[in-house]
Design a protein around this ligand. Structure first.
Ligand code: PMP
Length: 454
């Protein structure tokens, strides 16, 4: 679709009507938001949960459904940004949480559950020989970068343009540099307040462009500790790597003596052994988070034992990696319960549901004449308001229409479907084909509203 056609779609969108319908359904959320504005900047404590005019405040979740404080019910296609792989309040997880709560959530000492969760991750992901737990994906990325720097004795890190790896300075470069980004390998720090030395330390490369990455790695190999990449760039628009890109990245980093960190915080759900199993590659280090905690905060990083030895405290010279809640029993028990429920069969079922969702939404968009491309892989998807081919950050930005995505999101809320404001959707094991079809039907209603300007 041409830019002009896309913009005219956006102009026809019945913005005021949709916002009015949203406001009428959500007065209690509005009241909570007004209250929150007094204690938190912008009324919010997490960038990803804010959207205009104000977010719906949730009251409870059960299975794949969320109920907000006004009693509106939504099918949850956000799943706390893909982390609730079993949806909400799954009975086995609730029971595990209740049981562990009665034994104390954290003891200031190691517990068996920590060993058991580590064993299960290592059983699933052969590239991970040893690992450490953290409380978030951000900290997992910090740990992996620290490990890579310690192991190689080099400082620089190369990341993909548009790649989001959490709220850590060395990862907050060119996450969303806009329509006029600097020329690679120069990056743009994402917002004020980051370390001024960042731009020299963090190099940026285009995703899915192997020859560009090869020339940057070759040129900077003497200073480069690691390349960090997601197998599917989630926040940039759920853009899968091509097999040639990811395998090529593995080969060229190995040849250059640079470590490859695969960020599987989001993509671990795609196969029993994570997306690295799907792509058949063996990274040096992997970062995890999200689903691993079964709904509680978690992160983990691990990989080759020789690299992870940098944290072996039997030797006092090593890195004193710590965290008050690292390996806390509540998260470890609940995480293991969630992982045990995430069988190969359930992963295959979820990926099939994701394919069904993609086909259904794409067909509904095409039938109604709404320009839309559904990207992604298996259970992870993104709705882009354009028919352009999306392969990296720049093609995603060129295809983007923030007003249209924002309206699509708000309109879907009024139809009882909860997705990420920027267009990401995921499915959970709590969903059935009927639930997916309900989402598709809601999308068709919204697409018609937008196209007809009704
Ligand atoms: N890596 C990736 C790929 C992510 O998407 C995120 C967060 N969405 C993180 C790291 C950071 O995880 P957390 O929010 O748990 O700090």
């Amino acid at each position: 679709m041409t830019m002009t056609a896309m913009q005219s779609d956006a102009r026809r969108v019945p913005a005021a009507k949709i916002e009015q319908a949203y406001r009428e359904r959500t007065p209690a959320s509005r009241a909570l938001y007004d209250r929150a504005l007094r204690t938190m900047p912008g009324g919010s404590t997490r960038a990803a949960t804010y959207y205009a005019p104000y977010p719906a405040y949730m009251h409870h979740g059960a299975g794949c459904r969320l109920t907000d404080v006004d009693g509106n019910v939504y099918i949850d296609c956000l799943n706390n940004y893909t982390s609730l792989v079993h949806g909400h309040a799954r009975p086995a997880i609730v029971a595990a949480l209740a049981d562990v709560a009665a034994r104390g959530t954290v003891h200031g000492a190691p517990v068996e559950a920590e060993v058991a969760l580590a064993e299960e991750i290592i059983r699933r992901v052969p590239s991970v020989e040893q690992l450490r737990f953290t409380n978030s994906g951000t900290e997992a990325v910090m740990g992996a970068i620290r490990a890579a720097r310690a192991y190689t004795g080099r400082a620089k890190v190369l990341k993909m343009e548009g790649g989001y790896h959490g709220s850590y300075d060395a990862a907050e470069v060119s996450v969303d540099p806009g329509a006029d980004p600097p020329m690679w390998p120069e990056g743009r720090p994402d917002g004020a307040g980051l370390s001024p030395g960042l731009t020299g330390e963090v190099l940026v490369a285009p995703f899915n462009d192997l020859s560009a990455v090869r020339s940057l790695v070759t040129r900077h190999r003497r200073d480069l500790a690691a390349v960090i990449a997601e197998p599917v760039m989630a926040a940039a628009g759920v853009i899968p790597a091509t097999e040639a890109f990811l395998r090529g990245l593995r080969d060229l980093t190995r040849e250059a003596g640079v470590l490859l960190i695969l960020d599987e915080v989001v993509t671990f759900r795609l196969a029993f052994g994570g997306a690295q199993q799907h792509y058949r590659i063996t990274p040096d280090l992997t970062t995890f988070g999200k689903l691993l905690g079964g709904g509680l905060p978690i992160g983990a990083f691990g990989g080759r034992a020789t690299i992870m030895a940098a944290f072996d405290r039997r030797n006092p010279e090593t890195i004193a990696h710590s965290g008050t809640f690292n390996g806390n029993m509540a998260t470890m028990v609940v995480g293991r319960t969630a992982l045990d429920l995430l069988t190969m069969e359930e992963i295959a079922r979820m990926n099939a549901l994701g394919d069904r969702l993609r086909r259904g939404i794409q067909d509904a968009a095409d039938a109604t004449g709404l320009a839309m491309t559904v990207t992604g892989l298996g259970s992870l998807r993104h709705l882009h308001p354009s028919r352009a081919r999306i392969v990296d950050y720049r093609t995603a930005v060129a295809a983007a229409s923030r007003p249209l995505s924002a309206l699509l999101h708000l309109a879907l809320l009024t139809q009882g479907v909860f997705i990420a404001p920027r267009g990401m959707v995921s499915v959970s094991t709590a969903m059935s084909e009927d639930d997916v079809d309900t989402v598709i039907a809601a999308f068709r209603t919204v697409a018609t509203m937008i196209v007809e300007g009704a």
